[in-house]
Design a protein around this ligand. Structure first.
Ligand SMILES: [Fe+2]
Length: 141
């Protein structure tokens, strides 16, 4: 799945059940979130805004640090399952190369959050994703 030299993977024709089972085998679930446009302020991931390339967890860690709180989530692997597609392009950067993917329903993007940065451009609209954060099992590839 995410072996050497393969720090991200796009899966097609996968159901949400299959996605969740696969993710649960790749690592220890830290957080599962429905990602869409729900707010007008606060976290960028919940608004219809473009997101620059980033690693998941960086924003939360910064916010926690501002409040003098710890942020102890280990986000080694991120899985994005597309429930409802849209126009927004997801960018994924690996080894300095940025790829752009417009996720369609039934597709999943899985990436190594330590090695890859990701972002998005274009309007999110009513696109819906299921996002899974995993701590890598030490014996998983
Ligand atoms: Fe993100």
């Amino acid at each position: 799945m995410l072996s050497q030299g393969n720090s991200w993977n796009l899966l097609r024709d996968i159901t949400a059940d299959q996605f969740l089972i696969m993710m649960s085998q790749l690592g220890r679930p830290e957080e599962i979130t429905l990602v869409g446009v729900f707010d007008k302020f606060g976290r960028g991931s919940r608004q219809d805004v473009e997101l620059p390339l980033h690693h998941d967890g960086d924003y939360s860690a910064r916010k926690a640090a501002e409040k003098g709180l710890p942020f102890d989530k280990k986000i080694d692997i991120v899985g994005l399952y597309c429930i409802k597609g849209g126009e927004t392009a997801t960018q994924i950067e690996s080894d300095g190369v940025v790829s752009e993917i417009v996720l369609k329903a039934g597709e999943a993007l899985v990436f190594d959050n330590r090695k890859c940065r990701h972002g998005r451009t274009g309007s999110v609209g009513d696109r819906l994703l299921l996002r899974v954060w995993l701590e890598r099992y030490s014996d998983a590839g």
